[in-house]
Design a protein around this ligand. Sequence first.
Ligand code: 2IT
Length: 446
Amino acid sequence: MKTSEIMANLERKYGHEKEYLQAVREVLESIEEVYNQHPEFEKAKIVERLVEPDRIFTFRVTWIDDKGQVQTNLGYRVQFNSAIGPYKGGLRFHKAVTPSMLKFLGFEQTFKNALTTLPMGGAKGGSDFDPVGKSDAEIMRFCQAFMLELWNCIGPEQDVPAGDVGVGGREIGFLYGMYTKLAREYNVGVLTGKGANWGGSILRPEATGFGALYFVQHVLHTAGKDIKDKTVAISGFGNVAWGAAKKAKQLGAKVIAISGPDGVCTIPNGITDEMIDYMLELRASNNNVVAPMATKFSGVEFTPGKKAWSVKCDIALPCAFQNELNGDDAKELIANGTWCCCEVSNMGCTPEAIHEFQSKGILFAPGKAVNAGGVATSGLEMTQNAMHISWSGEEVDAKLHQIMSSIHEACVKYGKQADGHIDYVKGANIAGFMKVANAMLEQGII
Ligand code: 2IT
């Protein structure tokens, strides 16, 4: 396998799908050497098969807004790979959603899910529906219309969607309500991220952020460092950023910046519990702005148009969107003394930023390892649903700890370089790939 040849072929076919090509290139560059040590992979054309999703559903979603106007959006589900388990992955509602975005996310999800140690294949879905400025009633009507088409493509042993950007507990509730009505059965195993009193995991809202910080702790310990008293800059104020801020504070770090599309809030004395709780209100307001944090709390200063990466910090945690931290941001961070960056968002850093970090010896770990605690906890939710039991928060947290530790171990196993340093990008990609590729090999040419 030659990355350049496969990429040239994909670029011919999908030249406009930049994010998808970016995600594939990173994985192929990581695995090329290992792949070529396994002639059986080449013979079964594993890579050529793995880069194409199994199937993509595209559907029209028509709904009526609060003014009585008819609105039409597009809905998608990309079922990427089911070699190691049923399709599993989130739904993203965001105005910029395209098939390319969902293909990159489904591709990443396949490797991430393989890393979790749990049996889940990869998928992603969503819509170009823009939740910004929408009322709860509009969100409900959109979710219902979306499920009207999706319900036939999903099931506990088939495909299990969850939340992602723009889809949280509220949306999962509306989606499930419509699902159960259409399917005429109470089948909670069909979605994860449900409410804790109707089949959801009590720790799912926190899980992505908590898992990310457990991973950061492993990265730091392995490098002989400690998170206590370190300053942390976070982008975003959704579920993921919220969980990350909460756990960072619990572990003794100081969260000194939170950003949104409108700018950055700096908090020189560190985020408080009240501010962390307020992040949930910001998310639920559907306004997609972080500025109100500075109006509500003293000790918070808002700077419009700036990213979290302009703030001097030890550790940078992108928690919002893909490619939200670029090469120039990386340079600015490094110039300000940042020595660790862990992606919590999927593909949060551009290839230029990753290159910048790695070439300057900055500790860097990719989203598919760092944020895998979210989907891992979804996997635990699926297990609870299948067994008709529910675990306590402590039980789930202990399992999450164990899983993040296993993921870190896998990254070290496959990413340790001759000079002893750990390339987490390589480690995560090779570990995820080996599991999926071997399963595909054993299941024949399909
Ligand atoms: O990117 C992700 O891993 C998610 N959005 C969560 C997926 C899941 O199925 O919980």
